[in-house]
Design a protein around this ligand. Structure first.
Ligand code: PMV
Length: 332
């Protein structure tokens, strides 16, 4: 049996539908060519070892019997809980009983900064589950990997739609409904995407809670907003499939207006978005929970340079990324 494997999974970028997707509505998400990598080794010792220098986890080691107990450093939480969830699953338990698993060493590294909001935690969760599935010959399919990885996100964050986990597993560009009720890959080649980073790290859970507070005070209003966001997502899905970028961009602009009304945009994000639109983009909006992280735009080829300049003028950083890329895969 092989005892070492390296797996990689892409980061993600929300195109339309954030926040509404937490509450049983659809969203559109694309996988980006910034990948997370995990090398997993089965050990003879009975320890869990994690090296994740990108998130300041160095030399972390504990006995396997203490898995998921005690204080876990923030950067190690997703990986450790993913291991626990896999080993507690039916197929994982059998392998433990057969004595096939003693200890596990996990080394992760990322092609992107965890600050960008590309979903490094969910991508590393997916990598670890896929790697263990391969090493232990569990033959988990994408749906089974999704369930374990999504459970891991819920165990740690409490809330979340799982869209980031789906993008890391399936790759491409997905039409996705809460909890993986629908995961539909869109049959398309590329998106005319441009991404700007605001320089501010957003806290997804805080923003979800902020919106939940608003929904508690104005339930019918906020549910109405989610309903309109759903309509925008449905139309954008069609526009993207038809390569009608003008319409897709206009729908992004409408989506941004609704995110503003939910209170999750910031001055910086808005300035970047206005700059991008003035530069000739089809449309632009924040991407993800809001409060910081990135903006996403669709842009005509001949306007890209102008738009990039405007992102920088607004104090943002242009991120050169490609989208619609391959999902989780074994590297070696
Ligand atoms: O902040 P991000 O990039 O992880 O995006 C969060 C998107 C939300 O819809 C607010 C939450 C979710 O899990 O769907």
């Amino acid at each position: 049996m092989k005892n070492k494997i390296t797996v990689s999974a892409p980061g993600k970028l929300m195109l339309l539908g954030e926040h509404a997707v937490v509450y049983d509505h659809p969203c559109l998400v694309t996988a980006v060519d910034q990948r997370m990598k995990a090398t997993v080794t089965l050990l003879d010792s009975f320890d869990l070892e994690i090296e994740a220098p990108d998130v300041k986890v160095v030399g972390y080691k504990k006995p396997m019997v203490e898995l998921s107990m005690g204080d876990i450093p923030k950067g190690a939480q997703f990986v450790e809980i993913a291991v626990r969830n896999l080993l507690e699953s039916d197929s994982g338990k059998t392998r433990i009983m057969n004595g096939e698993i003693h200890g596990i060493r996990i080394e992760t590294s990322s092609e992107f900064s965890s600050l960008f909001g590309f979903g490094s935690s969910s991508a590393s969760t997916v990598c670890v589950i896929k790697a263990l599935s391969e090493l232990l010959d569990l033959r988990l399919n994408n749906k089974a990997i999704f369930q374990l990885a999504y459970q891991t996100v819920l165990d740690i964050q409490g809330k979340g739609s799982g869209f980031d986990v789906a993008a890391a597993i399936y790759g491409g560009t997905l039409y996705f409904v809460t909890g993986g009720k629908v995961i539909e890959p869109l049959d398309m080649k590329s998106l005319p995407i441009l991404v700007g980073y605001s320089g501010i790290k957003a806290d997804t859970v805080i923003l979800i809670n902020q919106v939940a507070k608003k929904a508690k005070k104005y339930p019918d209003v906020v549910e109405g907003i989610y309903g309109i966001i759903e309509q925008l997502v449905e139309r954008a899905k069609v526009a993207i499939l038809e390569k009608d970028w003008q319409t897709a961009g206009e729908l992004m602009n409408l989506n941004q207006g609704l995110l503003e009304s939910l209170g999750v945009s910031t001055d910086k994000l808005s300035q970047m978005i206005y700059g991008v639109r003035e530069g000739g983009a089809f449309g632009a909006k924040l991407s993800g929970a809001g409060g910081g992280d990135c903006i996403v735009a669709f842009s005509p080829e001949d306007k890209r340079e102008e738009i990039k300049k405007n992102i920088e003028k607004a104090g943002g950083q242009v991120l050169d990324i490609d989208s619609n890329v391959e999902g989780v895969r074994v590297e070696e």
